[in-house]
Ligand binder design. Structure first.
Ligand code: GDP
Length: 305
């Protein structure tokens, strides 16, 4: 009898397990809010297509609105728990499938508000992920939740315009994300395996004929990251910062921590990030209009939560 009573006591007091978070980052206007809304509510209503009973109801009007608040907005999502992730369109309750739940956290893309997104990635951060949804109690108990993945959304049409500063701005943000993950790898304590966080560079807006295909988004970003890492490492040593800072920077440099990716001087490649257990993949898609859609991104997430 005693084991049974103990079982009941313990199962009744089992602490709430926070849902695994996935962070949605990227420059303003990339389509983060639109993507979050798509995954949560399903595609826009299309009078030519009647959704099947197991699909999420289509929404009659675009609901995405860029949010400018300082706190990220979050939705709770579910993907089927099996070898092949279900479509984001599938209503898992109606389909009767077992589901893995996770949180998708939209972060403000404005440079002045990025610190909040990056704070979740920094090696020293013990800050649990805080969200604005009342339904998600991801951090209510103060438990640190393990970040599962990062979606870095880019506007592939904006990157095609060589006159616009979009490429530089996008790559700067991506640089910050990647170098933070790299530092996180270096700062892992003792023999504990680093919590590796894979990054999906989602090349959005491929419905627009002006948009760059994913392969070009990849090579343009790699080229720009090559330039940035050169400038940044030079800047660290040449700038007029205090002696201590320079010493710190040199130390970092010697350990290779201030230098993004591998230690070679040549062209940066996302593959170099594997040295720090950071997988980076570039996949094209679109949230609105005709194109490859968002299914591949959803599948990528489903395989990692
Ligand atoms: P955020 O600032 O990253 O949250 O971007 P938003 O979600 O507010 O989107 C910015 C603009 O891009 C909005 O006008 C969206 O309708 C538009 N947008 C988002 N995704 C796509 C897409 O796949 N194709 C096209 N053509 N426009 C998109």
């Amino acid at each position: 009898l005693i084991p049974i009573i103990l079982h009941f006591i313990f199962s009744a007091t089992t602490p709430y397990t926070p849902l695994p978070p996935v962070l949605l980052v990227g420059p303003p206007g990339a389509g983060k809010t639109a993507l979050l809304t798509l995954f949560e509510r399903g595609p826009l209503y299309n009078p030519d297509q009647s959704p099947s009973a197991s699909e999420k109801p289509s929404v009659p009007t675009p609901v995405a609105k860029t949010h400018t608040s300082q706190l990220p907005s979050t939705v709770e999502l579910a993907v089927s728990d099996g070898p092949t992730p279900s479509s984001y369109r599938t209503d898992l309750d109606a389909a009767g499938a077992t589901a893995k739940k996770f949180l998708l956290i939209d972060t403000p893309g404005h440079p002045k508000l990025r610190a909040h997104a990056l704070a979740h990635l920094s090696p020293s951060s013990q800050k649990p992920i805080t969200t604005t949804t009342s339904s998600s109690s991801s951090s209510a108990d103060g438990t640190k939740t393990k970040l599962k993945a990062i979606i870095f959304l880019v506007d592939a049409a904006a990157l095609a315009d060589t006159d616009s500063p979009a490429l530089a701005a996008t790559a700067e943000y991506l640089y910050d994300v990647l170098i933070t993950l790299q530092k996180r790898f270096h700062k892992r304590s003792g023999s504990r395996a680093p919590a590796s966080v894979p990054v999906l560079v989602a090349a959005n807006k491929l419905d627009l004929f002006t948009a760059l295909p994913a392969a070009l988004v990849r090579s343009n970003l790699e080229a720009e990251l090559t330039r940035i890492r050169k400038t940044r490492s030079k800047g660290l040593l040449d700038s007029g910062v205090g002696v201590d800072d320079v010493a710190g920077a040199r130390e970092e440099e010697e350990e290779g921590e201030g230098w993004l990716g591998g230690y070679g001087e040549g062209r940066f490649s996302f593959k170099e990030m594997m040295e720090f257990d950071v997988e980076v993949e570039v996949i094209g898609g679109n949230v609105v209009g005709e194109g490859p859609g968002a299914e591949k991104w959803w599948k990528w997430i489903g395989e990692r939560v």
